[in-house]
Ligand binder design. Structure first.
Ligand code: ADP
Ligand code: MG
Length: 581
């Protein structure tokens, strides 16, 4: 029988032996001390004290964990509860003083969720059974096993940690309810957007600004100006837990946010951008929701593009480059922004979010004077201002953009919102009146209909996961980089990636895609559908060959971003054979 007592005995026998002997404790241990009962599984033992800590799991039966059905009965409440528990567990890990020893000896650590409520592999609840996946640094002195420390860590601290953080009775029931309710309400708010003709909603009283540019927690209460909706755009939406909630509804169509510098324009757009996710209660953005398919678009010069039809925005380029199958290793600001839009459309985006701070000016506007100086035939770019209405009218794709620097968008905007001292006002009528009185004299440039999209089919050989003798070599480096085979994918301009765990999951998804679905016939949309369906059905675990505790839920849009930025990617469309560039 493998229990806590036998684990202790086994560990004591290992005293002073070489670190590799720790492999003898791999396996399934039944911890039962009356008070707390759970399975303790040691999945993987680190190679040495300096390597990544060992992977372990604690699985509590439903009756021991004791969470009321209400807290996990729906997927959304479950996601919220797991996020909460992972944070509790993380905090409890921090309370432990580091034991002595070399390298990572004595470290106990779990993937810590940020402000967003994402599915996570570090904490799972199935029918009330709680599973936590975490890491422990097995204690050693040099490379010799310190068994007394190991006993203390695994046989004493772990049960205490599990008991303190993974049982309902040790938790604050009220706080759990609040987190679950907030998440469920956000999902409901988001679900109402479409029927109400909205693309985003910002609840009154929301706190949008963040602690700092590097800290996603809310700005301190005393400094933050809470959000107040302008009456013209105020709507009331229903929630299951807080009855009706009022706030600003951003209607479908083209909406422009204007206002002086430093008056909160980008902060508002940022909140909408993150509104594709649900937030922890207390974040300030619990009631900020946007269309789940919203994609932040920005200029990203230097990125690679492969076979993107940017011809709606970019016409004849020097060297007669084909802009219907646009390939470059070094896109410019404007061509990268065009590719970002077209790729977002491919993944089903219904709301484009653009901030002038990170946009290419020549992609956004081209005023009357410039039209006179540089003739149309010398300017390949059709600026967005000439296409943005078409995107809405022909494709039902709305745009929300921050544009404090040019009034040319007044003509094409359905709504104009001014931010002043962090307060929005509806200035649509005034902006339209100004546009009528001061005709800007521009020649409209987007006269042709939008081109129809053609399926893009990735070629399997162009995604190579091998490196040296390893069949699969893939690693996420923080939030913004994936190393796959010999390639490195730069995701630093993908603003809606919010968590390192998402990047790790996307890295795993690329390998999964390569191994299961890439066949040289399926187009990108089909591939994304297949992966989404598998993750939906079986959870994120489907992406890895063994249980991992460090992945977080991601959207198809960000997975597509990674694929599209892989520098070796090659594809064909039905129009174009590879090699014809
Ligand atoms: P803009 O894009 O209009 O130039 P930003 O959105 O970048 O302005 O905001 C400028 C500064 O104001 C930022 O430091 C931001 O944190 C802060 N800020 C934004 N909204 C609020 C608010 N509601 N209350 C307090 N400070 C805010
Ligand atoms: Mg700004």
């Amino acid at each position: 029988m493998n229990n806590r007592h036998t684990l202790r005995k086994r560990l004591l026998r290992l005293e002073g032996r070489g670190f590799k002997s720790y492999s003898e404790i791999c396996g399934d241990w039944e911890f039962d001390d009356g008070d707390i009962r759970f399975r303790f599984i040691i999945d993987h033992v680190q190679a040495d004290p300096f390597a990544e800590p060992s992977h372990v799991r604690a699985i509590l039966p439903a009756e021991v964990a004791g969470f009321p059905t209400r807290s996990w009965k729906t997927a959304h409440r479950r996601r919220a509860l797991c996020t909460w528990l992972a944070r509790r567990f993380f905090d409890a890990c921090q309370s432990r003083a580091r034991s002595r020893g070399s390298g990572k000896s004595g470290v106990v650590d779990i993937d810590r969720p940020g402000q967003q409520i994402l599915d996570r592999t570090c904490m799972l609840i199935r029918e009330g059974v709680v599973e936590a996946r975490f890491r422990v640094g097995l204690p050693a002195s040099g490379r010799r096993i310190l068994s007394a420390e190991a006993v203390h860590l695994l046989c004493d601290f772990v049960p205490e940690l599990v008991s303190r953080s993974l049982r309902f009775h040790a938790n604050d029931a009220q706080a759990i309810d609040t987190v679950c309710n907030a998440c469920e309400d956000a999902v409901h708010l988001r679900q109402q957007l479409h029927a109400r003709g909205l693309v985003a909603f910002i609840g009154d009283g929301s706190v949008l600004p963040r602690h700092s540019g590097e800290d996603d927690r809310p700005m301190l209460d005393d400094n933050a100006v809470p959000f107040v909706s302008p009456k013209e755009l105020r709507v009331e939406l229903e929630t299951p837990n807080a009855s009706s909630v009022s706030g600003m509804g951003i209607p479908r169509g083209v909406t422009v946010i204007v206002g002086g510098g430093f008056h909160g324009k980008s902060t508002l757009l940022d909140a909408v951008e993150k509104g594709v996710y649900d937030h922890l209660s207390g974040d300030g953005r619990e009631r900020v929701v946007s269309d789940a398919s919203a994609v932040k678009i920005r200029a990203e010069d230097g990125r690679r593009t492969e076979g993107v039809d940017v011809s709606d925005f970019i016409g004849d380029l020097p060297m007669r480059k084909d802009t219907r199958f646009f390939c470059t290793d070094d896109a410019s600001g404007s061509t990268s922004q065009a590719a970002n839009i077209v790729e977002a459309m491919e993944t089903g985006c219904q709301l484009l979010l653009i901030d002038e701070d990170t946009a290419a000016t020549n992609f956004m506007i081209r005023d009357a004077r410039m039209q006179q100086l540089i003739a149309r035939e010398h300017e390949p770019i059709t600026p967005l201002v000439d296409r943005v209405r078409q995107l809405y009218e022909e494709r039902d794709i709305s745009t929300l953009l921050v544009m404090g620097g040019s009034g040319d968008y007044f003509d094409v905007a359905d709504n104009v919102i001014a931010m002043g001292n962090y307060r929005p006002t509806d200035v649509t009528a005034e902006a339209h009146c100004i546009a009528r009185k001061n005709v800007n004299g521009r020649e409209p440039e987007g006269v042709t209909p939008l081109s129809t999209s053609v399926p893009r089919v990735p070629l399997p050989a162009s995604i190579d996961c091998r490196r040296g003798r390893r069949e699969v070599s893939v690693k996420a480096r923080g939030r913004t980089r994936i190393e796959i085979g010999h390639e490195s994918i730069d995701l630093s301009a993908v603003d809606q990636l919010v968590d390192d765990g998402q990047t790790r999951a996307i890295a795993a998804a690329l390998v999964y895609l390569r191994q299961h679905y890439l066949d040289g016939k399926s187009d990108i949309v089909t591939l994304l559908d297949q992966i989404s369906a598998d993750v939906e059905a079986e959870g994120l675990d489907v992406l890895s060959p063994f249980p991992t505790g460090d992945c977080a839920g991601f959207r198809r849009h960000e997975l597509a971003c990674a694929l599209n930025r892989l520098r070796t990617l090659q594809l064909r469309t039905h129009n174009q054979q590879p090699g014809l560039r």
